[in-house]
Design a protein around this ligand. Sequence first.
Ligand SMILES: [Zn+2]
Ligand SMILES: [Zn+2]
Length: 232
Amino acid sequence: MHSSNPVIGNQVLDGVGWIAASFVNCYTVQDGPQTYLIDTGLSRRAGPIERAIRNADASPDQITKILLTHHHLDHMGGAAYLIQSTRASLECHEQDASYVDGRAKPPMPFLMRLFARVHPAPVAVMLKEGDRVGPLSVLHVPGHTPGEVAFYDSGRQILFSGDSVVERRGRLTLPAPRMASNLEQAVGSLSRLRGLPVECLLPGHGRPVRRDVAGLLDDLIRRAPKEFLKRP
Ligand SMILES: [Zn+2]
Ligand SMILES: [Zn+2]
């Protein structure tokens, strides 16, 4: 059971909050007295997260871990600011860490590079496949980025999918192909996700999916080779 700490964000499940930070989703997960934040949104000052903390009347240091699904700016933009304001440890997969902490320049489509400013943040804990973070296990589902991870609560069958699979207009899909580091790998990772029982899918973009996640994933796996892997 989680503690009587306030849920930060809109409660979608017991002890799980959803923060819609413009076009990207962040989530909070309560684990006893601690709260984990999954992804930080695009905004450098992490406005939507800060507001959600205030609206919940929560203390910022209730957030003890910030878990990044991957290094893209719309997911890690507020990380540098939030590790200061919350004192949480920043955690991401070892293969994306160098893009988050600024040791490597993230690959980015040209137009995005013109407008986007990366704010590197030191990564305290490097995650890898099979690691446990409270009730969550780390699933390495590469392809969208080399170190893309999903977080899975097997007890409650909740999947925080990041950008490994996203929701759009009631269907599941992959994010824009030009953002992917390796599309074939991204399509392959869908089968990995399909192997898990999932009651509730909480994606990095789109709306939470609470019905027929398996059927929707099957539909995407059928469409994906044609939609995402067709060759010129
Ligand atoms: Zn992404
Ligand atoms: Zn994204």
